[in-house]
Design a protein around this ligand. Structure first.
Ligand SMILES: Cc1cc2nc3c(=O)[nH]c(=O)nc-3n(C[C@H](O)[C@H](O)[C@H](O)COP(=O)(O)OP(=O)(O)OC[C@H]3O[C@@H](n4cnc5c(N)ncnc54)[C@H](O)[C@@H]3O)c2cc1C
Length: 455
């Protein structure tokens, strides 16, 4: 049973921290969050923090439970599919789902963060800014905090600490010192840079608004996500080194030459290209896996702190928000038996967060390369046709991950089987009309029926 007087201390007021705080505070706990940054509602955001996120079913479910989703509709832009920009500027649209309801939603990270912090404070959560956690004593729960303005260090006694402090988590770093703590981090050889497409002079979007735009170029790509104010938040993904890499783009003329030859239709839309490119930092992308995620009933890591993933399935925060849903459900089931809750939480989530981590890396190849391949686009059409005919059995992997709450591990296993079925059915045909429906029926029943589809 919740111990009403218990104070739960969260580290990190990014995206997961405030959402979890809302659920905990509503269950009768007192929640305090220590955040190393200044309050973005009052301070200027640092360059390179204007990324947009794609919110989908898992994230929306958690936000709905927190009572925040309805208001957020005003700050999201639904994206119905991918708009591919070929080198010759030809456009091809590929819908994400089988109907208009299956969309992903572009939202500015800052707007989402602000809505979450406002929501948490409205529930009574206290957020302390410019307070960096420099360590935690995992035996006693003593949390070491440095005031970023004064440099003063202090120690806070805590009962339960949850590290929501992102991919470079200070809480996880303490756990690393424990015996038999499993940890791996894998950086991609690729970096990313935030760029902007401003709105048209009349405030409208200068590209199709309800799409995620992609300029796939083999081993690299540019993407653009719409904002409600007519702008697009773009991300350029390039290798750090070698051919067509960040290392080669040293001067304004290198940059312009590269863009004019690789993304010619984007250049006229990006008057601040060089400013953005040379003032924004180049980000790195990492997959982090670790275990255990908790120390007794005292300390837990959650979200990117427990399982950072690369952004190519648009699932990092959807997965983190699903962590919050799961943890709160377990708390309802077991009460404030934190050791039990943490143990069950990792048991329920780890297999799934490992699965989405692997699928996210695989999806990079799909986004930057395969979306431009006509055979791949044909297979996507066949996938949707199969889903239309066998809606409870054949659900495309992208849809299982994005439009359902089917466990990620199930989506991965079924996705592998479905890939095999698709390869067989598409091997010798060029048109959907030639699909062998009898063979499809036999294969789907034989190979997918035995696999559980729980959503
Ligand atoms: C380029 C890119 C694109 C992405 N696109 C998507 C997308 O489309 N869809 C999606 O679902 N996900 C996406 N993600 C992933 C998503 O951004 C992360 O999964 C999400 O931000 C994780 O939330 P978090 O709260 O766990 O960590 P964060 O959002 O990183 O928040 C951590 C917070 O902790 C604070 N903090 C860190 N260390 C300390 C400390 N020592 N003391 C106190 N405070 C501390 C930080 O200042 C921060 O506020 C993307 C990520 C990147 C990099």
């Amino acid at each position: 049973m919740p111990v009403k007087s218990q104070t739960i201390t969260l580290v990190g007021a990014g995206l997961n921290g405030p959402l979890l705080a809302i659920g905990l505070q509503r269950r009768g706990f007192r929640v305090e969050i220590y955040e190393r940054r200044a309050d973005m509602r009052h301070a200027r955001m640092s360059a390179g923090r204007s990324i947009n996120l794609a919110l989908s079913t898992r994230g929306i479910h958690a936000l709905t439970e927190a009572g925040l989703w309805n208001n957020m509709r005003e700050i999201i832009t639904p994206m119905k599919g991918r708009m591919m920009h070929a080198l010759n500027s030809e456009l091809t649209f590929q819908p994400y789902g089988k109907n208009e309801a299956e969309v992903i939603n572009s939202i500015s990270r800052a707007e989402l963060n602000i809505a979450l912090m406002n929501g948490a404070e409205a529930e009574g959560v206290r957020i302390f800014f410019m307070q960096r956690c420099t360590g935690v004593d995992l035996k006693t729960g003593a949390l070491h905090i440095r005031d970023e303005q004064t440099g003063q260090q202090r120690t806070i006694d805590t009962e339960v600490v949850v590290g929501c402090d992102g991919s470079a988590s200070a809480i996880r770093n303490e756990m690393l010192k424990l015996n038999r703590f499993n940890f791996s981090q894998h950086y991609l050889d690729y970096g990313y840079k935030e760029l902007t497409i401003p709105g048209a002079p009349d405030g409208t979007h200068s590209l199709e608004k309800n799409a995620l735009h992609i300029w796939p170029r083999g081993n690299y790509m540019l993407i653009a996500l719409p904002n409600i104010d007519g702008t697009f938040a773009c991300i350029l993904f390039l290798p750090f080194e070698g051919k067509d890499s960040f290392a080669q783009l040293k001067t304004h003329s290198d940059l312009l030459g590269f863009f004019q030859s690789r993304f010619p239709d984007a250049v006229p839309l990006m008057p601040q290209l060089a400013d953005n490119f040379f003032s924004n930092p180049t980000g790195a992308m990492v997959t982090v896996k670790c275990s255990p995620w908790y120390v007794e009933g005292r300390t837990l890591v959650l979200g990117d702190a427990a399982h950072a993933i690369v952004p190519f399935f648009g699932q990092g925060i959807n997965c983190g928000f699903e962590d919050c849903t799961c943890l709160l459900e377990l708390l309802d089931q077991y009460g404030a038996d934190w050791a039990r809750v943490f143990q069950e939480f990792e048991l329920a989530r780890k297999v799934n967060t490992d699965a989405i981590a692997d699928m996210a890396v695989e999806n990079f190849v799909e986004m930057r390369d395969r979306v431009a391949d006509p055979r791949f686009l044909f297979r996507k059409r066949v996938e949707l046709a199969l889903e239309g005919k066998f809606p409870r059995l054949f659900v495309p992997k992208y849809a299982m991950v994005t439009f359902h709450r089917i466990p990620y591990a199930t989506a991965m296993t079924r996705g592998i089987v479905q890939d095999h079925i698709l390869a067989e059915l598409c091997a010798s045909i060029e048109r959907i009309e030639d699909l062998d429906w009898g063979k499809a029926d036999r294969m789907i029943r034989a190979e997918l029926l035995p696999l559980e589809l729980d959503s």
